[in-house]
Write a protein that binds this ligand. Sequence first.
Ligand code: Q46
Ligand code: ZN
Length: 312
Amino acid sequence: MRCRKCKGKAVLDVPRHHTAFCKACLTEFVCAQVERAISEERMFTKADRVLVAVSGGKDSLSLLDILGKLGYQADAFYVDLGIGEYSRQSKAKVERYTSARGISLHVHELKEDEGAGINDLADLVHRPTCSVCGTLKRYHFNRTAVEKGYSVLATGHNLDDEAARLLGNVLHWQTEYLEKQGPTLPDSVEGFAKKVKPLYRLAEREIAAYAVVNKIDYIVEECPNAQGAKMLLYKDILNRLESESPGTKQAFYWGFLTRQKTDEQARPSMAEHDRAVLRPCVTCGQPTTSEICSYCKLMARAQKNGPTPVGS
Ligand code: Q46
Ligand code: ZN
């Protein structure tokens, strides 16, 4: 297999673009796709300070790497979920990557600040672990970005993640989630950082190949709580469709984004809607749609149900 661009030895075929790339051309392709996502979706500029939420996995560390190569100001934020060996290893990968490149790293420790790891917290509030994890991560991503002066919070969600999420939302007609499923969510009110997903144009296997070619030392294991998650099933189904018919994932998700943009012109923008409904949480001051934000509700419930010393 030869690289379509330079005719060198190809390391990855990309059937959805009818092409194949060598190491150098793959890196160029990946960086160009991210640059295009950033400019087309007006995510941020070189003047913005960007906080990248990193897990130690290939996507978030690659995103940090690509933003550095492209000359953006990007720092890292890691939430230590306290999941035994998995958290220890993923944190070590993040620390090694950032310290080797002189990137600032902010860390939030659940065991220290919330008084328990994610599995114990989920038990205390009798809710599925990943749902509690989602609430906590969303809260701390935003709070840390705002408090530390970052205007933008970037996550490593790729095309496979977004297409799988879209499939889940469509299968259950979660229209309220569909409205908010875009690669750029605006900083509609004070106290909210803009949220962006600069990898949405790239498939998981393309990013995995980028990480290997660029010698990024990432944690290969998935979070142990991800096993059996619905998202993995949706990804598997989409991968089967993709192998039969390359380009399916991209057509599904990008087609959704095109329709979403047309619809937006016909109704009030999400920013206007948010401005009308959001107010500061009476407990912590973070923006919320009800009197008390979902993080504070969750922590109050954990405190009521257990001996956990709860921080804020
Ligand atoms: S980290 Fe958290 Fe995922 Fe682990 S506990 Fe579930 S949601 S699976 S992205
Ligand atoms: Zn709150």
